[in-house]
Design a binder for this molecule. Structure first.
Ligand SMILES: NC(=O)c1ccc[n+]([C@@H]2O[C@H](COP(=O)([O-])OP(=O)(O)OC[C@H]3O[C@@H](n4cnc5c(N)ncnc54)[C@H](OP(=O)(O)O)[C@@H]3O)[C@@H](O)[C@H]2O)c1
Length: 292
């Protein structure tokens, strides 16, 4: 693997570059906690921040990004900032307004990546494909206007992607899906690759559920690495961009030290086959049955 630091990038199908590990912010409360954790991540080398309108913390995330930029060590072009369209805002007009609102909340001139968070929210269940087509058109226009650099999807399965491509002029370059031990998503990753999308892996630590796993404890002892690093490294070795989240600076640092060891193929396979349900980790939600 060529990636050797948090600054290492992959090239997306649209030519833009994306840092190989992102920093997650779901369930990070707006205000001091979001501000301090994002600032800690940036000061400790993360260059890729993942938020969403639904997380309710864009304002504090943006404040941390802008204060970090004012420190002067890094230029805006070296950061990669993602946010996501809220489930209430699908369709052309609502998406246009949502993009402006996110830019304002984050205090940014442009987004590096904007994702449709879920393909089939309950509000648009009767017209989800049409609503996604309208959202995508608004996103394509925002890209033309320089407000978004790359367009992507989240929680899209093959069927949602194929429907979107019936009307899309610009193809998505990312699908952000759940990838954690036991949830390897091998076939969806292959599909995404074949269709020019890089996969981002959310919940790489099983939203905190993975630490009880006996196998992971054994691998931690074998490699002399904390479980968190084994998870993040495994996700990278699956071809994904992991997005670990923490609000604790020591853990933020720990989760990023993944570039100086490699997991064997056999161990990767064993991690992929972990019984995640036994650990209380929830599977990737079926977007068509999601109740929000
Ligand atoms: N697109 C989507 O629909 C979607 C869905 C879910 C998540 N995501 C994205 O993916 C990101 C990550 O997923 P996630 O938030 O579900 O969780 P995660 O990164 O899998 O796990 C985070 C949990 O693990 C704990 N943790 C973090 N580092 C640790 C360490 N080194 N040792 C022990 N515990 C540790 C955190 O606690 P502390 O914070 O207290 O340290 C938190 O409880 C999200 O934040 C979000 O950006 C996207």
């Amino acid at each position: 693997m060529e990636q050797d630091s948090l600054k290492s990038t992959y090239t997306l199908a649209d030519g833009n570059r994306i840092p190989c590990v992102g920093f997650g912010t779901w369930q990070t409360p707006d205000g001091d906690v979001a501000y301090k954790s994002v600032l800690a991540a940036l000061r400790n080398g993360y260059r890729h921040i993942d938020t969403a309108t639904a997380y309710g913390n864009e304002e504090s995330v943006g404040k941390a990004i802008n204060d970090f930029l004012r420190e002067g060590s890094v230029k805006r072009s070296e950061l990669f900032i993602t946010t996501k369209l809220h489930n209430q805002d699908h369709g052309y007009d609502l998406t246009k307004a949502a993009i402006e609102k996110s830019l304002n909340m984050l205090g940014l001139d442009y987004l590096d990546l904007y994702l449709i968070h879920w393909p089939n929210p309950i509000k648009f269940r009767d017209c989800w494909a049409e609503a996604n087509a309208g959202s995508w058109k608004a996103m394509e226009e925002a890209r033309e206007e320089g407000k978004i650099r790359s367009l992507g999807l989240s929680n899209f399965m093959e069927r949602h992607h194929e429907k979107l491509m019936e009307t899309a002029k610009v193809a998505p370059v990312v699908d952000q899906i759940k990838i954690c031990p036991g949830i390897a998503q091998t076939s969806l990753i292959s599909y995404c690759k074949a269709h020019g999308m890089l996969v981002e892996g959310y919940s790489p630590l099983g939203t905190g559920g993975i630490f009880k796993s006996t196998l992971m404890q054994e691998l931690s002892a074998k490699y002399g690495r904390p479980i968190s690093q084994i998870c993040v490294r495994w996700s990278m070795q699956q071809g994904a961009i992991p997005l670990p989240k923490s609000v604790n600076e020591d853990r933020i640092i720990e989760n990023s030290k993944v570039f100086d060891f490699e997991l064997s193929e056999d161990d990767c396979k064993a991690i992929s086959e972990i019984d995640y349900e036994a650990l209380g980790i929830t599977p990737q939600r079926n977007p068509d049955e999601n109740k929000f």
